[in-house]
Write a protein that binds this ligand. Sequence first.
Ligand code: E4P
Length: 217
Amino acid sequence: MKIFIDTAEVSELKLIAETGLVDGVTTNPSLIAKSGRKIADAIAEICALIPGPISAEAVANDYDTLLAEGRFLAKIAPNVVVKLPLTPVGLKVCKTLSDEGTPVNVTLCFSAVQALLAAKAGATYISPFIGRLDDNGFDGMELIREIRVIYDNYGFETQILAASARTANHVRDAALAGADCATLPPAVFQALYKHVLTDLGLEAFMKDWAKTGQSIL
Ligand code: E4P
């Protein structure tokens, strides 16, 4: 499963990119606002830092302006993925940009039939928001499982990008459900390394190693 990081904070991304485990980045208007950066500057810097797909979200309500925004964002760097909302206008622009060869990430997906429409519109990625579904009493992971079945039934190549992940268990469950990618806030990425038995085991090994008085080098 590909791991994307869900942030527009370049300093955080630099540290995480050093792990060599990051396949791409997703941003959204809220994350751009939090960064305090101009979208074009932040996206250009992130695209230069991480060679994988970098999602940049367009925001207009009408077809012509949303398309123009998408084309503008796509020109920032070759690895930009234009992020569009799952609305009639968003999917119409998705179809146009996808036909032009621009990859699109359709965002704010909360149902399997929405995901079906996005695939038919040529989306490269569909972003089901598992955390926000769970927050509101729905089962986010069930949506990932449903989309997996539908896409496999019909051979859609749209990649399932599990979004709005809140915990390491969300990442595990999305991987088990066959999501192609997951996008994680930096703290959730760091949580993937953690297990209490790893920490305790390492502590015990280090204590015993000190008793040997040896050094390896
Ligand atoms: C997805 O691409 C979104 O940017 C993101 O995952 C939303 O997560 P949130 O529900 O934590 O805001």
